[in-house]
Every structure is written in C-alpha cells, then in structure tokens.
Unconditional design. Structure first.
Lengths: 433, 474
C-alpha cells in the first residue's frame, strides 16, 4: 500500500506531467482566422532572393503605397514580374540564360506546365490556367497610403518579409501587438475601431464567421486572445464565471459588449447554465450558505431571495409577516411536519430564546455568513429577540465590547436610525461608550 | 393658457416647422420577448415535496440612437458616436401558483409583486467631447472591482492628461420602491415588504441622494492603472419623531483599485474598499495572473469579504464574521480548438469553518460545433456536491443551430432537518436539455429550449423557454 507521502508524490508527478503535456500542446500566437480568413496562394516566391538582388517592396507591390483599403489585392500581377522575368505565354517552358530571371510558368506557378491537354482542345474548352490566387477580405480596416505618407517603412509591420524564402501568407501578416507599438494613444490613435470593423453603434463587430474564416479555423465570435493586458481579458473557458477583474475596466468591456449584456446575467431573468446547472433550486442552498459564487453579484437577497422563498413557502412568513399572524407553512414552529432549522436553533424546548450560543444554535451560522439568514428573514425576524425593547427577551446581537469598537462609533455617527430600531432615543448605548 | 405659455408654444411649433438639413442618425432597436414555464420544488402543507408550476413573461425593449452630434464635431480620427442615447426597458411578470394564494389588498406582499415595468437604464452619453470629456446623463449603471450601483443623475469624466482623469457624479439611487425602478443594484439589508413599524418600512420609498468622485491614473490598457473613488448615499428620515436624526447615511465607501501589467506576461490587480459606514475594510482583493507560454495562464487570487448592508439595516451591528478566499485557476488553449481549465478554491470563515473544492473542464470548438464538459466537487460548510455537465451546439446550417445539455449531480446540503434534527436534504438530479436557435430573417431570431429533470424528489420537473429577438438598425 502506498504511503501518504508516496501518494502525494505520485499525484504531483501526474499533475506535472499533465502540465508539461499541456505546455507542449498549447498553441502559439497566430493571426486570428476571423481577422485574416483563409486564402489560397499557389505560388512559389523567394522574397529573400529578390531582396538580395536589390528589389525593393515598391518595385513589385506597386499599388501598396496608394492603397486605402485592407480589401485591396496588393499581390503583384504578372506585368510587374515581366520587368525582370521575360515571360512568354506561348512558351510555357521557356529557358533563359543563367543569371536571368526564370521565365518558365512553373517557376512561379508550381506544378503548372502550361501545356494544355489535347482532350481539352478537342472540347473547345478555354485554355487551362494555373491555379488562381484567392484572397479573402480581411475583417479589418487598413490604409497603406496613410502609413506610407507618414514615412512608415514596410518592414516595420511586415517584419520578416524580406528574409522569407516563400510567399508571405496570412500567417506572416502583422498582429495587433505590432500595431500597438505605434497605436498607443500618443503616437497614433489607440481606438480599437481605428482598425476593427464596427457596428452602427460604434461597438466592434464580433460576429465575423463566414466560409472563409471557418476554413482558416475560426470557431466563434471575435474575442480577446489574452495576448494583451496580461491575459486578464482572455475569454477562456472560465471567463463567464471569472471575469470580475477584467470587468473592472467597464469602458473596455463596452468596446464590444452592449450594456444590457451585463444585465442579462447580473439581474437577469434567465438562469445562465454556465453558472447554475439544471434544477439549481435543489442545489443552491449549498452555494448560498458559503456564498460562493457571490450571490450578491446578481441578486439582492431582500428582494430576490426573500420573494422567491415566500412564493415557494420556504420562508417564515409567507403571508407577509403580518404582526400577530401565525406563519402558515410547514416550516412554522410547532407544525411538527418539517423544520428548516434543527431543534434548539433559536429557542429551547420551552420556547424561550437561547441566549448562550450552542453548537446547533443559529448564532454560529449567522457569524459565519449572515447573508444566508438575510435570504429568508427580514429584520423583524431578528428583532423579535434581538432588541433592547424592555418587553422582549433583550438578547444582544452585538459581539463582546461592541460599544468600544470603531464599527459602533462609525455607525452611530452616520446613521442612528438603525440603532433606533432597537434602542430608545437618547439611550446611553447610542454614545458607544 | 396665459400669454407667456401661448408664446412659448408658438415658438416651439414655429421652430419645428422651420426647414433644416436632414440629420442622419443611426438607430438600433432591440425587442426581446422571453417566455418561461418552470416548476419549483416546495414543501406542501403535509411537509412533503411538491412542485409549484410557474410562468414568467419578460419583454425587453432596447433603443439606441447614435451619432447625435454634427459630423464636423468629429475629431481627426473620425470618432463616431460623440453623442448618443442608450436605453433599456423591461416588463417582467412572474406568475402562476403560489403556496397559499397571493395575498392582496393591504396584505399584499411587496416581494410578490407579479408585474413590473422597469427602466434599466436610459441616458444621453458623450464620448471624447472636446477631446477630453466623457459623460452620461440619465439613469445609468456603473461597476468596478469593488462596486456596482445604479443612479439617476449625471456622471462626467474629464481626461486632464493622457494618464490622468477626474470623475464626478451625482444623482439619486435607483430603488425598487420608486416608479419604473428595479431593485437589482440597490444596497441590501432592508426590505420594502417589512410590516413591523419598528423597521421603519416607509424609509424604503425615500429618495436617496448620491454623490461620488474619483481620480483615475494610467491610460486604458497601459502598464499601470489606478482608481481612487469615493461615494456617499444618504436619505432624510421619514416619519421623523422627536429626537431622531434628520437624515442618515445609507452607504459611504472609499475604494482604491490598481493594476500592473508586465509585458503581457504578468498581471497584478487588486483593490480595497473602506466602508466608512462601519469603519472597516470590508472588501479586499488581490490577483496575480501569469502567462507562461502563448496560451497558458495561471491565476492566483486572494479575497476577503465582510458582509455589510444598508446604513438603515440592523444587520450591520450583528456579530457576524467575514470570509477569506484562496483561488487558483490554470487555463490552457490547445491548438485553436480546445480550451481547458482546472480550478480550485478554499474559503475560510473567520468565525469558524471552511469549504473547498475543485473543478475541471474543457471546450472543443470545431467547424460548426462546440462541445463542453465540466466536472466539479466541493465540500465543507454548506454541504457537498459532486457533478458533471456536458453540453453541445451544432450549427446545422447558417440559419439553424441545435443545442443540448446533460447534467447530473449528487448533493447533500446542511439544511432542512426532520423532527429529530437529522439533516435530510440531499439526493441526486439528472437533467437533460434540448433546443434550437433559428435565424428567421435579418435580425430576427427564435430560441426554443426544453428541460426536464429527474431526481430524488420528483420524476419530472419541466422547464420550457422561448425567446424571440428582433434587432433592427435604421
């Protein structure tokens, strides 16, 4: 049999192995398929070689400097290549002397010989063409011209383009982190909508799914990846439950979300299944007792909880707590059918209030989490015993030495109305001495 | 009508009749109708478990008008929506069977109000006005790390420099007892349904002025941010008797929150709230989030929370304890399709006792589908629960999506007892959900969901949900 120490070591080893496995499997930062959808670039091209030969970006991408839209196709057309490559479409396999730019079709259109099959000719079909370049529209705004006018070099954004031995694909396109190098609110605007597409109300457009984005691996709406802001905004699997810290930046959330999306959960009328599972009513008492998740994040106990408990009869006063009216529900004292609290919870067998706390009396539960009490009871439940009214049991709810505490002084100075629910006007206790 | 009034009316009609250039505002209108039928477990008059059948109808009406400002007001970078109006109204009616029938007349229970119409928020807003000012005027909701409140009034933030702003706001707290107001964000601790005159129930409908101010440091998303805020809410004494104070403070808080981000690798955030009503720090939070590899995060969090209430509530003077939490979450993105997590928590009650638990889960998105599975276990004060939850969504076509969920859990709650004092609340529940979401047309969606649960206490507990949404941009 394993000793406790060995068991712990074995568990630690398993956890470490799982973590290491996950680390290896974890994805790397890559451009969002929602921003740069799938594309097809069936070309061979060596950027590095062209750069070595003295070609500049502009010598091939001639329209880049005047482009004002991210949807413009800036891939050079054949005419741009012809400046150096003596292409002759009638000679698809044309040879050129060594040192000159290749003129064979297959030099760029990989695998395409340019030779049309006889059967295609017989069928009078149009001449076969090499596979086409298909670029999907990026879901982004970008003005190359504006950047060029401000003297921003191509390489500042397209960092490794001139060293690539292959065509630049969507995987090499600039990511947001590089944009934010300048778009910091000082050198250039930091408004998200400067680059991202927007809805009519100015929020970012997040529903960008299309056939092209799905082909690139997009699986949901646009959401923060967590590569910025220290990852606090990463919409991970636990984000719906654990977004308190991210939510502190209200303005940032409203960049994408409508304000009523907050209310859908924080004060909504439909149970969010990610927070509360099916038939949560059966389970909720456990969470309520320990107040985790924090009930008050969405519910006001004296409105929501008390109201529902009254509707369903799980309250001390389903008829409204009318003075002098006996509770008429199974939890009522003396019904003998069912008691919500164990015997000795608030009163002893004779019906007298319990003044000395016991292990099964309510004071311990109230000290642990008084909000649980507040979810069924109103103030009058407590006041029936905890009051300085000389006609009642006069059980003090305060801890020992309460009069000397800062809490007593602060409360007495700021709102004596609460004190006067138990104490008489001008009573000595109100001075907190 | 007096002469002045007639003149004003004429001027108004005249000004409306004067031709002017047409303004092209952007509108969005959202209508959402939610119908629910559900059953709630209750205890019958003989002490046995029964199901209470209830229905709920909710209607949301959202209206937003954008770009109210002239185009020439836009800045160099083309800021949209310099001025805008945003509103959300809700009619909510929860009806069906009550345990004992619904008391009416003078016996009517405040908490059992069946229908209400609320203005959740409605304000005129401004963003970056003059390059420096953001404002909201009307009913608004605000939140930060340690606060969540709603008020009718005005709020303005002046960006003094790129890294420093000041904020001031004033108005009256939104309270459930006031017309067209929901109690969602009202300070807890007093009940409008109280009947005992000692609890001063009339105080619930008193207006509560609210003022607040804050200073903000650091720029949005910058490496260091901070916010120091103060808020006070008070009310005049209703039905004041000799010797009683003329007014009382209902809420007074000073809070500080800050965050630091180191190269998007480490994020530290925290906050503390000094509740000046009780003279104690009643909310303290500290979080550290570390990003190791590209898509892995480890979050460690500590928090301390002491329950405090409305200044009119007696529960502020009760000898109640606080709780401290330690939480840890490890999250990882595996490829582009899988997100997984493991989390654990421990809660320590300062009075005595503790609770703790753990959960694991993962989501897998691929193509048109999404699968999610979660498992959890926790134990300690309050009870024990062990459960699993699996859900899936599949977009059958662009206009139709299927969804389903299976749930199962076992629980034991430290709750109801029989006559001998033995805990008897616990059991198992298995639940299944199935539904679909249809896109019926441009901006028109229908969501139908049916749920049935089988458990220790019943063979069938049904819940049905139907949502019709209409979104229009004009």
């Amino acid at each position: 049999m394993m000793t406790r120490g060995r068991r712990f070591s074995a568990m630690a080893a398993v956890l470490l192995a799982v973590a290491a496995g996950a680390a290896l499997a974890a994805g790397t930062d890559a451009p969002s398929p929602l921003i740069y959808p799938a594309e097809t670039i069936p070309l061979a091209f060596d950027h590095a070689q062209h750069a070595r030969l003295g070609a500049t970006c502009e010598s091939c991408h001639q329209t880049a400097q005047t482009s004002t839209s991210a949807t413009d196709n800036l891939i050079p057309r054949e005419a741009a290549c012809r400046a150096c490559h003596k292409i002759d479409r009638t000679q698809p396999t044309k040879s050129v002397p060594q040192g000159q730019g290749a003129a064979r079709c297959a030099a760029c259109h990989v695998g395409w010989t340019g030779i049309v099959e006889p059967s295609a000719q017989l069928a009078a079909a149009p001449p076969a063409e090499p596979p086409r370049v298909v670029l999907a529209r990026p879901n982004l705004k970008f003005n190359h011209k504006l950047h060029a006018m401000r003297g921003i070099a191509c390489a500042l954004c397209h960092v490794n383009a001139d060293t690539q031995q292959a065509p630049v694909t969507r995987a090499d396109l600039p990511m947001m982190a590089s944009c934010l190098g300048c778009h910091d609110g000082k050198q250039a605007t930091a408004r998200c909508s400067a680059c991202h597409l927007t809805e009519p109300d100015g929020r970012l457009k997040t529903k960008l799914v299309s056939a092209a984005t799905m082909a690139a691996g997009a699986t949901g709406p646009l959401a923060p990846s967590g590569s910025l802001r220290g990852g606090i905004d990463a919409h991970t699997a636990t984000f719906k439950r654990e977004h308190k810290q991210a939510g502190r930046e209200e303005k940032y959330c409203l960049t994408c979300h409508k304000r009523n999306e907050c209310i859908d959960c924080h004060g909504g009328v439909v149970r969010p299944p990610e927070i509360h599972p099916s038939d949560y009513a059966s389970l909720h008492a456990i969470d309520a007792r320990r107040n985790t998740p924090d009930c008050s994040a969405c519910h006001r106990t004296q409105s929501f909880c008390v109201g529902c408990h009254q509707r369903s009869g799980v309250a001390p006063d389903p008829e409204g707590g009318l003075p002098g009216r006996r509770p008429n529900n199974p939890f009522g004292t003396g019904t003998g059918l069912k008691t919500f609290h164990p015997p000795g919870w608030a009163r002893d067998a004779t019906g007298a209030p319990i003044e000395t706390p016991r292990s099964n009396s309510h004071s311990l539960a109230a000290r642990r989490n008084i909000r649980t009490c507040v979810s069924c009871h109103r103030e009058e439940s407590c006041l029936s015993c905890h009051s300085a009214d000389p006609t009642g049991p006069r059980v003090s709810p305060h801890g020992p030495g309460f009069g000397a505490t800062a809490r007593c002084r602060f409360l007495a100075a700021r709102n004596q109305r609460a004190c006067l629910k138990c104490h008489a006007v001008g009573a000595m206790e109100l001075t907190c001495d | 009508m007096r002469g002045g009034g007639r003149l004003a009316l004429l001027a108004l009609v005249g000004s409306a009749a004067v031709p002017r250039p047409a303004a092209a505002y952007d509108f969005t209108v959202g209508l959402r109708t939610i119908g629910q039928g559900y059953q709630v477990r209750r205890f019958g008059a003989d002490g046995n478990n029964e199901l209470l059948s209830r229905r709920r109808l909710t209607q949301y009406m959202d209206l937003a008008v954008f770009d109210l400002a002239p185009t020439r007001w836009r800045g160099d970078d083309g800021d949209r929506n310099l001025l805008y109006f945003d509103a959300s109204l809700r009619f909510d009616s929860d009806f069906g069977g009550y345990t004992l029938g619904r008391p009416t007349g003078s016996d009517e229970i405040q908490e059992l109000k069946q229908s209400q119409l609320d203005i959740l928020y409605a304000f005129l807003g401004g963003k970056n006005v003059g390059g420096r000012v953001d404002f909201e005027l009307g009913r608004q909701i605000h939140f930060d790390l340690v606060d969540f409140f709603a008020f009718d009034g005005g709020d303005a933030i002046v960006h003094v420099t790129r890294n420093f702003a000041v904020q001031a706001y004033a108005g009256t707290e939104v309270r459930g007892e006031l017309p067209l107001s929901a109690p969602i964000y009202e300070i807890d601790g007093t009940s409008a349904g109280s009947r005992d005159p000692v609890t001063r129930p009339g105080q619930a409908s008193a207006l509560r002025p609210l003022v607040g101010a804050a200073v903000l440091g650091g720029r949005d998303g910058g490496p260091l941010t901070g916010r120091l805020a103060y808020r006070r809410v008070w009310s005049a004494t209703v039905d004041r008797l000799p010797g009683e104070p003329a007014s009382g403070i209902n809420d007074e808080k000073l809070s500080a929150t800050a965050s630091a981000n180191w190269r998007n690798r480490a994020y530290v955030a925290g906050g503390a709230r000094l509740n000046l009503l009780v003279g104690e720090f009643d909310d303290q939070q500290l979080l550290v989030k570390l990003r190791s590899f590209a898509r892995q995060w480890l979050t460690l969090e500590y928090s301390y929370l002491a329950p405090t209430f409305d200044g009119d509530s007696i529960w502020n003077v009760f000898a109640s304890g606080a709780y401290r939490d330690l939480r840890g979450v490890y999250e990882v993105g595996i490829g582009t399709e899988v997100k997984a997590y493991a989390r654990g928590f421990a809660r320590f009650f300062t009075a005595s006792g503790h609770a703790g638990g753990a959960s694991v889960g993962a989501t897998w998105r691929r193509g048109r589908g999404l699968v999610r599975a979660d498992g959890y276990f926790d134990d300690g004060y309050g009870g024990r629960k062990l459960g699993v939850d699996a859900s899936a969504r599949l977009a059958v076509k662009r206009t139709f999506e299927l969804e389903g969920r299976l749930t199962g859990y076992q629980w034991r709650a430290d709750l109801a007892t029989d006559g001998a004092g033995t805990t008897n609340d616990g059991g198992v529940v298995f639940g299944a959900q199935a539904g679909g979401r249809w896109l019926l047309g441009q901006g028109v969606r229908l969501h139908l969901l049916a749920e049935d649960n089988v458990g220790t206490y019943y063979r069938s507990q049904f819940r049905g949900l139907a949502v019709v949404e209409v979104d229009a941009s004009l």
